[in-house]
Design a protein around this ligand. Structure first.
Ligand code: ANZ
Ligand code: ZN
Length: 806
């Protein structure tokens, strides 16, 4: 048999399509298993070899689950709204709909050419009105429950291009297009109240099986801090300033207060502030900076004292100054801090610059020379609290503050509400109408989907509004409530919207009554295994968990978490070890590899390339090696076979039988544990041994083909057919192994010291010298004889004995 991939691969892809081999039925007695891969953004560049890594791995997983008798759901779709397509459309004067359709067609061709076992009848496209109708519908549910609201918040504004920019279009504070420093411009925007779910998003991480680093990322992003809120009374006033601190035990070391430049009290205190001119100038300058620039640790601290006003420290009645400084953020805690320069680095830098007292109030447990000690320790200079340990002091001081009614415990989250507005064209229209009489009115369900209108120009407008704002015909409408002239919302949803619930739609993709049937949801949820890139383990994962929890509360989905298990794959880097990019010229195209070596080679190579969760570099030599391996497999099919089962005649060595069972055991466990690379190694070992035989035992070879089938579905299917089977190899049962043969063969190793037998141990027959010696030296009986003496010679006879000469 020739391994002619150019004939074999398209032939089987066509057959599988015609037979609908991988379609999933909803009504099956088999146990369900839902395998999910992050769906691709159909960019103009086509499929990346990184997609192939993730999809091949989970394809193997899904294929094995099917062979183990599970009813597997393994779907794919396209996450197609978003900036790259929109920018491409603007540049090339092509409609984003058209560009998207072209890209999806190209991605589909590529995905099919790799032989993935997706259920192609369930494909979804987030930009299809039949899909985004339900994205809009879920938005309306959020609105109904008060979880979608509008507020004024700043957008990134380029004063030169006169457009609002997405965060990713602002590079180091400058507009990506023209290099002008961006400003922040206030705009009314839609928000989703994800903060309401902060605690649950944190707590429920306990109930799911995510890789530890993914859990940590989620926890850090949610960022729960426990501490206290403390009120500082303004001298000669009834106004007070509330601060949030995680270290109330350092209150005696607080020598000034800092308000964020946006803090509302600053304007209130204007009549009292003696240097208002200077203060006002500072506030204006701060307004243009991003949070990132403001909080950068290395940056020199700036700020201004509010001359003429002071506050009283509630624990020692000291009068201390107030500053405003941009290192204090307006939207964290209370937007104001108590500064303790001896124990907080930012406060320390600030105090040095403004020559403010730095007073130590914590002694480290161990000696430390640090000027600014931020750890926990023993209280000093804290009156009657001196000598207390930090944790205990925190409790005591909060009790005191409660008594004095100037403070209480408080919890803060880093997590902010989700800005859900974009001033862009290529996104889901937000289904809201603004009526001058009735206010903000949701569209009624029957008016969904609210489709994107045709426009001529996709550029954002000069006022910062989305291009939709210029389509007067579309914008002006009648209020559903009172029939007076009203205007449509012109912002669109962010590109995270469609991916926040897509895994639900796969379950019932054609339903036009509901986003998915509840019985079907009950059958398939939760997703059993979800894989995607590390770059999505923060936002996408969190956003979709949030939507799911909301839908759960609305009794629209049956589980409180969407994904039972989440894993992540490492990146594939270019041959030069750098991230693949057009500008570097190190991009590997899957199309070329498939053309030259075949899809099976691409698949097996990407599994063999290295541990699945680690980043690895592409290597053409490795690709050729895999091609040779598959050629060897196809040559096995030409060998003379003998149709005998386990107990073959004398021609077949005993060791071959053990190799077969070891291979079944290893490949089964390796796929389960996602050690795809070592699974491929054991398939290679089997192939090499089989190639040595004069007669190939057919049943063993067939079992081997079944093991290889998830990795190389085309070649194995072709050989399977040649062997006379009429059913697809992919519907075969996954083979079992006999643990008696799968075990490494054991022998008794004789150990002697100076030629005298002192012990015997059971070891694997093929044990190497170093391993054997390590075991020998662990033996208590042997230790007795060699302790304190020098070993002069270590003799090892493989499979038999070890002799130590002292
Ligand atoms: C006094 C203090 C003393 C603090 C000390 C720290 C160490 P996390 O852990 O991130 O929650 N902080 C509070 N609100 C802030 C804001 N809006 N912008 C910038 N910084 C703010 O950090 C909480 C700590 O960050 C708080 O505890 C406060 O400084 C500061 F030895 O208060 B601390
Ligand atoms: Zn109205």
């Amino acid at each position: 048999m020739e391994f002619d991939h150019k004939t074999i691969e398209p032939k089987w892809q066509k057959k599988w399509q015609e037979q609908n081999l991988y379609a999933t039925t909803n009504n099956s007695d088999k146990e369900k298993f839902y395998v999910l891969v992050e769906f691709p953004y159909p960019s103009g560049n086509g499929l990346h070899v990184g997609h192939c890594r993730s999809y091949t791995a989970l394809d193997i997983f899904a294929r094995k689950k099917r062979m183990e008798g599970k009813n597997v759901l393994f779907p794919i779709g396209f996450d197609a709204f978003g900036l790259p397509t929109e920018n491409y459309a603007i540049k090339n004067k092509i409609h984003p709909r058209k560009a998207t359709d072209q890209n999806i067609a190209n991605f589909t061709r590529q995905l099919q050419s790799i032989g993935f076992s997706f259920d192609w009848q369930r494909v979804i496209d987030t930009t299809d009105p039949k899909y985004y109708r339900w994205t809009q519908w879920i938005f309306l549910k959020f609105f109904e429950k008060g979880l979608a609201y509008q507020t004024e918040i700043p957008i990134n504004w380029c004063p030169d291009c006169k457009i609002g920019l997405a965060n990713e279009e602002v590079v180091n504070g400058k507009c990506e297009r023209c290099g002008t420093t961006t400003e922040r411009k206030l705009k009314k925007q839609w928000m989703l109240k994800i903060t309401k779910y902060a605690q649950r998003l944190l707590d429920d991480l306990e109930t799911v099986d995510y890789l530890p680093r993914i859990k940590t990322q989620q926890q850090n992003w949610i960022g729960r801090s426990e501490g206290a809120e403390v009120d500082f009374l303004i001298t000669n006033s009834t106004e007070k300033i509330r601060v949030f601190t995680t270290r109330p035990d350092t209150l005696f070391g607080c020598t000034f207060l800092v308000l964020s430049p946006e803090h509302s009290l600053i304007k209130k205190l204007k009549p009292e502030i003696k240097n208002w001119d200077v203060v006002e100038k500072y506030l204006k300058a701060a307004a243009t900076k991003s949070d990132l620039e403001r909080t950068e640790l290395t940056k020199e601290k700036t700020g201004v004292r509010l001359e003429g006003v002071t506050v009283i420290n509630p624990v020692n009645e000291e009068e201390i100054p107030i500053f405003t400084a941009d290192y204090v953020l307006t939207n964290y805690g209370t937007g104001a801090i108590m500064a303790v320069p001896a124990h907080d680095e930012r406060d320390f830098e600030f105090a040095k610059k403004f020559e403010i007292e730095i007073r130590k109030v914590v002694n480290p447990l161990k000696n430390s020379e640090e000027k600014c000690f931020i750890g926990e320790g023993i209280a000093i200079n804290s009156g009657k609290f001196d000598g207390l340990k930090t944790a205990e002091f925190k409790k005591k001081i909060i009790e005191l503050l409660k008594e004095k009614k100037t403070g209480k415990t408080a919890v803060n989250f880093k997590l902010r509400d989700w800005v859900f507005s974009r001033q862009r064209y290529w996104g889901e229209p937000i289904p809201i109408i603004h009526c001058p009489k009735c206010g903000t009115i949701p569209l009624s369900e029957k008016d969904l989907p609210l489709e994107l209108p045709e426009v001529e120009n996709y550029e954002p407008t000069e006022t910062g509004e989305s291009p939709l704002a210029e389509i007067e015909k579309w914008v002006s409408c009648k209020c559903p409530n009172c029939d007076s002239m009203a205007r449509r919302e012109t912002d669109t949803m962010p590109n995270w919207a469609g991916s926040s619930w897509y895994f639900l739609r796969y379950i019932d993709p054609c339903n036009d009554k509901k986003f998915a049937d509840s019985e079907k949801l009950k059958h398939w949820l939760p997703v059993d295994l979800y894989n995607g890139g590390m770059e999505h383990t923060v936002l996408h994962l969190l956003y979709s968990r949030f939507w799911h929890k909301f839908l759960f509360d609305e009794k629209l989905v049956p589980t409180s978490e969407p994904y039972a298990k989440r894993i992540s794959h490492g990146m594939i880097l270019g041959p030069d070890g750098e991230k693949m990019s057009k500008s570097r010229g190190n991009v590997i195209s899957p199309d070329e590899i498939i053309e030259k070596f075949g899809a099976d080679t691409l698949r097996v190579y990407e599994m063999f390339i290295g541990p699945f969760d680690q980043s690895v570099s592409w290597n053409e030599g490795g690709v050729i090696g895999i091609r040779k391996f598959l050629e060897k497999v196809s040559r096995l099919a030409n060998k003379k076979t003998i149709d005998c089962n386990e107990d073959c005649p004398a021609e077949i060595p005993d060791s071959f039988k053990r190799t077969l069972h070891k291979t079944i055991k290893k490949v089964s466990a390796d796929i389960k544990n996602r050690h795809f690379n070592t699974a491929v190694s054991s398939l290679m070992i089997f192939t090499n041994e089989a190639a040595q035989l004069n007669l190939l035992p057919l049943p063993a070879f067939e079992k081997f083909l079944v093991l290889l089938a998830p990795f190389a579905p085309h070649l194995t299917e072709e050989i399977w057919e040649k062997l006379g089977h009429s059913e697809s190899i992919h519907t075969e049962k996954w083979p079992d192994f006999d643990s008696q043969f799968a075990r490494d063969e054991m022998i008794t190793l004789v150990i002697s010291v100076n030629g005298k037998l002192r012990d015997t141990i059971q070891v694997a027959a093929d044990i190497k010298k170093t391993e054997a010696l390590a075991l020998v030296k662990k033996s208590e009986k042997i230790q007795k004889w060699i302790e304190g003496k020098k070993i002069q010679k270590e003799i090892f006879v493989p499979g038999k004995l070890v002799n130590l000469v002292m």
